[in-house]
Design a protein around this ligand. Structure first.
Ligand code: EPZ
Length: 418
């Protein structure tokens, strides 16, 4: 499991180069099974979720070569169409393989990805969309078996702009006969990145990044190379670290537009933030003030994944900040852990009210999930004294060597095995 040990109070100064986006590299790696050829993906972060994805690709029969941030996937030898439960449980977003395997082989078998720390993670939108494209989906003993004699293009209206459902539909639609049109598609930058990779591989997709995506099916896909976009949530996390601990940091390999809603909240709180090209400069020299209510929304609204990092900042702001979590049912599990550090927070369903206190104090806490764990690191950096954050494996899923990145700008942080 491992723990992070942090002695708070150091100002953060220096540069961090942000790594590639976890939520882009996962669907793009899944998409490499479509061509049956050799694709190379650059800018892949070293994360346990990427390791899990590679295990699935190997299990399916793909050959993988990994050199630093580059991952080469040769899916010509792919023979499998099913993912065992042990691999499905390693990473909830394995469901993204459903559309890709179905498109490649006409059959896909896997267990339901099940819930996670954020609450139930239904996949009803994924399944109803694939059924409308001609997939027969049956369930036997907790495993779902999807089969098709041939996928057909369809018009799909998503009741929720689901990121995963949008991605699964795009992947399946590349092999469908005819055109698939997605209405109310998710608009996250990672969807656009997936479109870019697929079109480089010969697909004919347009509209990603907007609410309407059109996929002309039937093209034979081929090998492609692609560089992953920067991780906007990692960017937001490091911005929050500076906001909470104080200091002045330059973040490189950033898409400022992708974090615009987080930037405006931290500016309102009193941070100074400048943007030039793919670099973002943030400084925080005084106690921050509370901000207007923070409502999480689908992109381009305020990202749910940045809710807990920003909450950790507001825990010591002057005044009270209201958070409304509109995306996930159970995304306040980090609140109890922040309160162990002296935070004063009240939650009621989807609403949390954070009453800023002058300073947090170190404590023994536990990471409850990926972004909740990141929030604890942020809180510990500004807290007085020593904090031990157990269950660090949650954090390693989405942050590449976070202790090295933060240590490099002056944080007193170390990782401890066991
Ligand atoms: C993706 O999850 C991200 N994960 C999440 O990031 C992110 O928080 C989320 O999108 C929202 O932006 C990856 O990309 C790997 P959704 P996903 O389908 O696709 C409901 C992180 O920390 N829903 O957009 O699972 C669902 O319950 C992770 O990096 C259905 O009801 O999210 C949720 O309330 C956490 N039925 C809402 O929609 C469905 O069939 C949004 O979920 C699908 C989703």
């Amino acid at each position: 499991m491992g723990s992070f040990i942090i002695n708070g109070g150091n100002r953060l100064c220096g540069n961090i180069c942000v790594h590639g986006a976890k939520n882009s590299v996962l669907p793009v790696l899944a998409a490499t099974v479509l061509s049956g050829e050799r694709s190379v993906i650059y800018g892949c972060p070293e994360l346990t979720d990427v390791d899990s994805t590679i295990k699935i690709l190997r299990y399916l029969g793909c050959r993988i070569r990994r050199e630093g941030g580059s991952i080469e996937v040769d899916s010509s030898g792919m023979t499998g169409d099913s993912i065992p439960d042990v691999l499905m449980r390693e990473m909830r977003s394995s469901v993204i393989f459903l559309g890709a395997i179905l498109a490649r082989t006409g059959r896909a078998e896997m267990t339901y990805p099940g819930g996670c720390e954020l609450g139930p993670r239904p996949i009803d939108l994924h399944l109803s969309a694939l059924r409308s494209m001609g997939a027969e989906i049956t369930e036997r003993g907790g495993r779902m078996i999807c089969e098709t004699v041939g996928l057909k293009g369809a018009d799909i209206d998503l009741s929720i702009p689901s990121v995963g459902a949008t991605e699964n539909i795009m992947l399946a639609a590349t092999a469908a006969e005819g055109t698939t049109r997605i209405f109310n598609a998710a608009r996250e930058p990672e969807i656009y990145d997936l479109q870019q990779f697929l079109n480089r591989a010969g697909a004919r997709i347009s509209g990603a990044g907007g609410p309407y995506i059109e996929i002309e099916g039937g093209a034979k896909l081929h090998a492609a190379e692609h560089s992953i976009i920067p991780d906007r949530i990692v960017t937001a996390t490091y911005m929050c670290a500076v906001a909470a601990a104080g200091g002045e940091v330059l973040l490189e390999n950033v898409c400022p537009r992708h974090v615009a809603t987080v930037t405006s909240v931290l500016r309102e709180a009193g941070c100074r933030i400048g943007e030039t090209g793919d670099r973002l400069h943030i400084s925080s020299e005084r106690r921050l003030n509370a901000v207007h209510p923070v409502r999480t929304m689908p992109y381009p609204g305020f990202p749910t994944d940045a809710q807990s990092p920003v909450m950790a900042v507001m825990a010591t702001a002057d005044g009270a900040t209201v958070f409304i979590e509109n995306i996930f049912e159970n995304r306040y599990r980090h609140v109890g852990e922040l309160m162990r550090m002296g935070a004063d927070i009240r939650t009621e369903g989807r609403v949390a009210v954070v009453f800023g206190v002058p300073r947090l104090h170190g404590a023994e806490v536990e990471a409850t999930d990926l972004r909740g764990g990141a929030a604890l690191i942020i809180a510990a950096l500004g807290a007085e004294g020593r904090t031990v954050i157990r269950r660090a494996k949650h954090i390693e899923r989405g942050y590449e060597q976070i202790e090295k990145a933060l240590g490099g700008i002056g944080a007193d942080i170390e990782f401890q095995e066991g």
